[in-house]
Design a protein around this ligand. Structure first.
Ligand code: NAD
Ligand code: UDP
Length: 310
């Protein structure tokens, strides 16, 4: 039995990861400040004898003895990370420093939930880990993008300077049950709008692309990345390489929900990446990992979840 700390453990991805780690027989500490996470995500686990839930903010130090740390704490939806951009960058940078300091002190393995956003509006397609990205340092997405880039730098430097056993995964757009209803990201927005019979809001002309990964595939990839030998740090992309335009996603959601909602077009937010698709050659060779849930199957499960709460 391992003792594992998951920061952001009450969030969308964090709650799935916590559940999986408990199911595998580990002892888990789920840390969260509940900014975008919610107790309801983990309420079904609260009686588990090996789960401890802690309200804490990663921008201040935290001391505990664990074998592994998964550092997921950070709002991920543009709407939420832009709500308080200074706090967002503090969470990424100070959170990384605090968690890396803890890992160094207790000799724990530590994994960073990085993001495809570190590629910015990419000029290379699909995105491979060796690509350095095309990121605006002063735009409205920069608090998230640059915070996550700085966190990657810190993970590499704590490894080189202090031999901390670090891992970096770059997560591409992930969706599934337990996303917040008002999360603001495209999959949850479209499904909730469709189920409520409201207009489906496409930003821009809808020709921008994303590659959508179901949360169970991601959790499998994250756990495999943590389990690699100490010489493998990454960064490694985790995403589903099947690419869709936002128009295609809207059409799929409309067809699958049978809604009478109409599509409306709204202005494209600034710095919104035009295309995004992971190259997962590294993940398949180093982690023997490839996503297995394709968009329709994942949407079905996600629509069923939102039907139960809308
Ligand atoms: P989420 O917003 O549901 O989860 C983030 C969690 O972190 C929430 O529970 C929130 O309350 C908590 N948190 C935020 N700031 C905190 C702080 N200062 N101290 C303690 N807890 C804090 O988002 P998610 O989709 O589950 O994302 C989890 C991680 O994965 C994030 O680091 C995100 O950047 C990364 N990621 C997610 C995606 C995606 O598509 N979902 C893509 C790339 C990267
Ligand atoms: N988007 C949209 N309508 C919405 C929410 C998002 O058209 O109601 C678009 C958004 O402009 C972006 C894409 O969908 O081009 C994915 O947005 P999301 O916020 O989910 O993730 P990210 O931009 O971080 O990839």
């Amino acid at each position: 039995m391992k003792k594992i700390l998951v920061t952001g453990g009450a969030g969308f991805i964090g709650s799935h990861l916590v559940e999986r780690l408990l199911n595998e027989g580990n002892e888990v500490i789920a840390l969260d400040n509940y900014f975008t996470g919610q107790k309801s995500n983990i309420v079904h686990l609260l009686n588990h004898p090996y789960l401890e839930v802690v309200r804490h903010d990663v921008t201040t130090p935290f001391y505990v003895e664990v074998d592994e740390i998964y550092n997921l704490a950070c709002p991920a939806s543009p709407v939420h990370y832009q709500y308080n951009p200074i706090k967002t960058i503090k969470t990424s940078v100070m959170g990384a420093i605090n968690m890396l300091g803890l890992a160094k002190r207790i000799n724990a393995k530590i994994l960073q939930a990085s993001t495809s956003e570190i590629y910015g509006d990419p000029k290379i397609h699909p995105q491979v880990e060796s690509y350095w990205g095309n990121v605006n340092p002063i735009g409205i997405r920069s608090c998230y993008d640059e915070g996550k880039r700085c966190a990657e730098t810190l993970f590499m430097d704590y490894h080189r300077q202090n031999n901390v056993r670090t891992k970096i995964v770059r997560i591409f757009n992930t969706y599934g049950p337990r996303m917040f209803m008002n999360d603001g990201r495209v999959v949850s927005n479209f499904i909730v709008q469709a189920l409520k019979g409201e207009n489906i809001t496409i930003y821009g002309d809808g020709r921008q692309t994303r590659s959508f990964q179901y949360v169970d595939d991601l959790v499998e990839g994250i756990i495999r990345a943590m389990a690699t030998t100490d010489d493998f740090i990454g960064p490694v992309n985790l995403g589903n390489p099947n690419e869709f335009t936002i128009n295609e996603l809207a059409e799929k959601v409309i067809a699958m929900t049978g809604t009478s909602s109409k599509i409306v077009y709204r202005p494209l937010p600034s710095d919104d990446p035009a295309q995004r698709k992971p190259d997962i050659t590294l993940a398949s060779s180093k982690l023997d990992w490839t996503p297995v849930v394709q968009l329709e199957e994942g949407l079905e499960k996600t629509i069923a979840y939102f039907r139960s709460i809308v």
